[in-house]
Design a protein around this ligand. Structure first.
Ligand code: CAA
Length: 251
């Protein structure tokens, strides 16, 4: 596919698949990849109405499946590949919160977050990795979080998954390197999305006070990191965690 996107952004008409790609950071990422010349597919979980509105607005095709279900991921990837071609770039962005202090957290809240955030990354990578190895090219970008690095009261489940994604990323980076597959993580800080809006206003106000830049990230600022890591020119960057957090936590 011919493209005329600006240089330095992986301009090849490659297929990029973004999970949780119809809202928040995922939607901004899907749109940024499209603007850079990728052929983009956006996965979503259950909000069909929002997904259809996103598809109508952007022209990006949307596909529904539950990333926590391996068989559903395999079927979903097959559907995307039949429609667009082999997946070259996978952005594991789908994630949920079920915040509670540990002394109030249920086993269900623990399990659900692990299944989607960490299990989803396993299942999606499992569904694309053999094809990437055969084609000897891949870019996998996993959405971690500042809270996987720094911890966050009320998020033992979520932080465990986001820290887990970093170990997963490093391990798969080692496995993929000889096949020209890079695997990296992004650790966004607090970003202007529905997930963050769900935090109680007084709690969020305190969090914002601790951000040196004094504001939330925009989803587009996180998407910029994805574009950077997906680019051909980023081919020697693998196994890293790119923090984008306005200075709140420096590693
Ligand atoms: N550190 C230490 N203790 C804290 C605390 C903190 N940051 N926040 C609350 N506590 C303490 C409180 O002082 C309170 O103690 P006492 O019972 O002794 O008074 C106790 O924990 C209970 O606090 P709450 O009254 O807030 O408890 P709750 O059950 O009503 O609410 C909660 C718990 C839902 C987890 C709420 O505290 C909360 O929403 N916290 C913010 C969680 C958060 O930051 N989520 C991020 C979502 S965005 C995201 O995840 C995206 C991303 O990647 C950045």
């Amino acid at each position: 596919m011919e493209t005329d996107a600006p240089s330095g952004q992986g301009l090849t008409g490659r297929v990029a698949l973004v999970t949780g790609g119809t809202s928040g950071i995922g939607a901004a990422t899907a749109e940024a990849l499209l603007a850079a010349g990728y052929r983009v597919a956006a996965n979503y979980g259950s909000n069909k109405q929002a997904a259809q509105a996103f598809a109508a607005r952007t022209g990006i095709p949307v596909f529904a499946w539950n990333v926590a279900d391996l068989a559903a991921c395999e079927a979903g990837v097959a559907q995307v590949q039949a429609a667009l071609g082999p997946v070259a770039v996978l952005v594991n962005n789908a994630g949920i919160t079920r915040d509670a202090m540990l002394h109030k957290m249920t086993a269900g809240q623990w399990r659900e977050v692990l299944d989607v955030n960490l299990g989803g990354c396993f299942s999606m990578c499992r569904a694309v990795i053999e094809g990437m190895r055969e084609r000897r090219f891949g870019r996998i970008i996993n959405m971690s979080s500042i809270n996987g690095l720094a911890g966050q009261a009320g998020q033992a489940n979520y932080a465990a998954t986001k820290a887990g994604l970093i170990g997963f990323t490093k391990s798969l980076a080692l496995e993929g390197a000889s096949c020209n597959i890079t695997v990296n993580a992004i650790a966004p800080g607090y970003t202007d999305t529905a997930m963050v809006s769900a935090v109680r206003p007084e709690v969020l106000e305190n969090i914002l006070k601790s951000v040196p830049m004094g504001r939330l990230a925009t989803p587009a600022e996180i998407a910029r990191g994805v574009l950077f890591l997906a680019a051909d020119e980023a081919g020697f960057i693998t196994g890293i965690t790119l923090s984008i957090n306005g200075g709140k936590y420096m590693t």
